[in-house]
Ligand binder design. Structure first.
Ligand SMILES: NC(=O)c1ccc[n+]([C@@H]2O[C@H](COP(=O)([O-])OP(=O)(O)OC[C@H]3O[C@@H](n4cnc5c(N)ncnc54)[C@H](O)[C@@H]3O)[C@@H](O)[C@H]2O)c1
Ligand SMILES: [Zn+2]
Length: 464
């Protein structure tokens, strides 16, 4: 049934011969009666809603006065469990749970508004930014707050075992600070670098959980960049068919991009991210203070992913990056990027359409990554990969930003080999590879491009 047909079919069913055999008139009076009842219930619910929000207001005041986070995941789950048990009819219990979750989101949004109004009227800038990735049963809070690392336990319901995974390049005090907030923390540090996204390291984590008798109720927490996040998320998705996973990203790239959205994976057989799953975290905690120890080159690589999102979706953010010293507005860049990614993922969690725009720059970028054999960082390759996919004006603006933040502007390698490598990990369907192009800042297009077309784009920019 297409959408145009739907209303006619509906009224036919309701006013004509109803499917259960009722005649038109009887069916209509039943319909009126049901609608009347619903109207009455809605009136009562409007009253209850006002009372509920008044109570929420009190909770918000208390939380603001005591510096408590708006989101308390453990409590929410408990409330949902308790209330869901009140619904006797199993067939509609999941709907009621969905309704409760939505109601909680509405309440939290209201609390946030109240808090923001309070902060604005006090003249201060909000110290904490919170949002909820709305994915029905898989919804989760994302918090950005300087110094939040020390309060991680509070966010993640520490009353259970936690496998805390970090890597050898991340200053160890970060994971230790997180561990200090947990009731029973088991810390694992893996070697830094992409090579750790391997089956061996995956099973190292699984072993650590088995040896410490982790059950389904326990959790895994990543404290590191995209490598630690991708690996830990995947381990959490596999262990006992899935335990809770929390992400505390510590690189700019993982704070703006990889920590939210639920993509987890390891590499295998020489292919990046070939074994993985969509597995949403239960919470993401971003502490921009940890970026103080991150090398500048890594900051620039993370900026590349933020620029990617801004150039496709948000002209204002792009212009802010253009006009500022990026390192001085990192919080703004992180929050701006998260907003974009959140909106995209909420609309298309499994990358069926819109989410593909987040791959802007990644087709040629992956080719360059393969061709330069680990010499360039992922973000640097993405920065280069965007250049051939833009209009001239956009490219000039990007290059000015790259120069300012220290991203590479030229690809000196072999363009044909890079394009061949790019094609290798994309299925070239009939009509070519799906790509994203940007002719004007803040707008993108999805197109199909042949390999020859990609190659001539790259040659036009680099000439080699
Ligand atoms: N899941 C997704 O949606 C997604 C998206 C993009 C990238 N990724 C993956 O992310 C990975 C790249 O992530 P990355 O760029 O964060 O790299 P990374 O995890 O390798 O981290 C980069 C380096 O920085 C070090 N480091 C991390 N935090 C630090 C800190 N605060 N201070 C000092 N050093 C620190 C690490 O030890 C590492 O050596 C790739 O495997 C890529 O496939 C995943
Ligand atoms: Zn990327």
């Amino acid at each position: 049934m297409n959408q145009n047909e739907a209303p006619d079919k509906l009224s036919e069913n309701l006013s004509g011969k109803a499917p259960d055999g009722l005649t038109g008139e009887a069916a209509e009076s039943l319909l009126d009666e049901a609608r009347c009842e619903i109207n009455g219930i809605d009136r009562e619910m409007a009253e209850l809603f006002c009372r509920r929000m008044a109570a929420v207001r009190k909770v918000a005041q208390y939380k603001a006065a005591h510096g408590l986070p708006i989101t308390d995941r453990a409590r929410e789950e408990e409330v949902i469990r308790r209330n869901a048990a009140l619904i006797g009819d199993e067939a509609i219990r999941p709907d009621y749970i969905a309704f409760l979750r939505e109601t909680m989101e509405v309440s939290k949004e209201y609390q946030r508004r109240l808090l923001a109004a309070k902060e604005t009227s006090a003249g201060g800038t909000p110290g904490r930014w919170e949002t909820v990735m709305r994915l029905r049963e898989e919804s989760y809070p994302i918090t950005v707050e300087r110094g939040a690392l020390a309060r991680a336990g509070e966010y993640f319901a520490p009353d259970r075992k936690a496998l805390i995974v970090t890597d050898s390049g991340v200053p160890e005090e970060y994971a230790k600070r997180v561990a200090a907030g947990c009731r029973e923390a088991h810390l694992v540090s893996i070697p830094e670098g992409e090579a750790s996204k391997s089956p061996e390291t995956l099973f190292l984590l699984i072993d650590a959980m088995m040896q410490n008798n982790f059950t389904r109720g326990d959790c895994a927490i990543a404290v590191g960049g995209g490598v630690v996040g991708d690996l830990t998320g995947f381990a959490a998705s596999c262990y006992m068919r899935g335990i809770d996973f929390y992400n505390i990203p510590t690189t700019l790239l993982s704070q703006v991009d990889s920590s939210i959205g639920g993509k987890t994976a390891i590499d295998y057989g020489g292919i990046k991210n070939i074994v993985g799953a969509f597995y949403q975290p239960k919470g993401v905690l971003i502490d921009p203070d940890v970026l103080k120890t991150l090398p500048e080159r890594q900051i620039a690589a993370g900026l590349a992913e933020a620029i990617k999102m801004a150039v496709c979706f948000d002209r204002e953010l792009f212009e802010r990056i253009e006009a500022s010293n990026a390192e001085q507005i990192l919080d703004e860049i992180i929050i701006g990027s998260l907003r974009i990614k959140q909106a995209v993922v909420e609309k298309d969690a499994k990358e069926a359409g819109l989410r593909r725009a987040l791959n802007f720059g990644h087709t040629i970028g992956h080719g360059i990554e393969a061709e330069r054999g680990g010499e360039l960082l992922h973000g640097e390759c993405v920065a280069l990969g965007m250049l051939p996919m833009c209009g001239g004006e956009v490219r000039r603006r990007l290059l000015r930003i790259y120069e300012k933040v220290g991203l590479p502007c030229r690809f000196d390698g072999d363009v044909s080999r890079a394009i061949a490598a790019a094609a290798h990990d994309k299925k070239a369907e009939d009509g070519g590879i799906r790509v994203i192009t940007v002719e004007r800042v803040g707008e993108f297009e999805m197109k199909r491009e042949t390999l020859a077309g990609l190659e001539s784009r790259a040659r036009a920019v680099w000439g080699n």
